[in-house]
Design a protein. Structure first.
Length: 211
């Protein structure tokens, strides 16, 4: 006869510790603070490549922004790509500081260097109605970016191969990202087609007949 096994003892789980209150990530969120970056390595190498071109250098949230004179923009951009290796123009945009006396607009160039994954932001201050040299001869991708800035802000790029609107149409009244553009928009006249077309009117099919 098989030997009977004794009663099985089930181990008791250790009592759970009482839940502790979760601590907030920060008692009071601390925003990043802008600091002078003239001694930053990326700023120093640009200064060595193009002496005297750094007007202002700021580091904010881990990103370096260098303001350069408008008249030296092309020299700086060519050096950034050729000597310093910023081969990729990530973005080109603008900011409208409508009341700023030293120049209404900032035109901003965001550069990337693949060999060490560094990014650098260049900035020029531009008075209203002042042309900015096109950097399409340095980065071809600037073609579309400069057209967008021209369309949205009304900034003209001298030497652009075909500067025209890209998001609105020719004849559009105004530049939507300027601070003086009405927040509620404007009557663009876009809804000019009636719901019921007159005889012979309306959209045409691909073959040329009426739809």
């Amino acid at each position: 006869m098989a030997e009977q096994e004794g009663p099985t003892t089930i181990p008791q789980a250790a009592p759970e510790a009482p839940p502790q209150p979760k601590q907030p990530w920060e008692e009071k969120p601390v925003p990043p603070v802008a600091k002078d970056a003239k001694e930053h390595p990326q700023v120093a190498e640009l200064e060595r490549a193009v002496g005297g071109a750094v007007v202002l250098a700021v580091e904010f949230a881990g990103q370096v922004t260098i303001t350069v004179p408008l008249e030296r923009l092309m020299e700086v951009c060519r050096s950034c790509k050729g000597a310093l290796g910023y081969m990729y123009l990530v973005d080109l945009t603008a900011v409208d500081w409508k009341e700023r006396p030293e120049g209404r607009f900032d035109v901003v160039y965001w550069l990337h260097r693949h060999r060490d994954e560094k990014r650098l932001r260049l900035k020029v201050r531009v008075p209203d109605s002042t042309e900015v040299p096109s950097v399409t001869s340095v980065w071809k991708v600037a073609n579309w970016m400069e057209r967008e800035v021209y369309d949205m802000f009304g900034i003209t790029f001298r030497g652009h191969p075909r500067l025209e609107r890209i998001l609105t149409w020719e004849g559009f009244n105004g530049h939507p990202l300027r601070k003086d553009f009405p927040i509620e928009g404007i009557d663009t006249g876009a809804a000019i087609y009636p719901d019921t077309y007159p005889p012979g009117g309306g959209p045409k099919a691909a073959g040329g007949g009426e739809s």
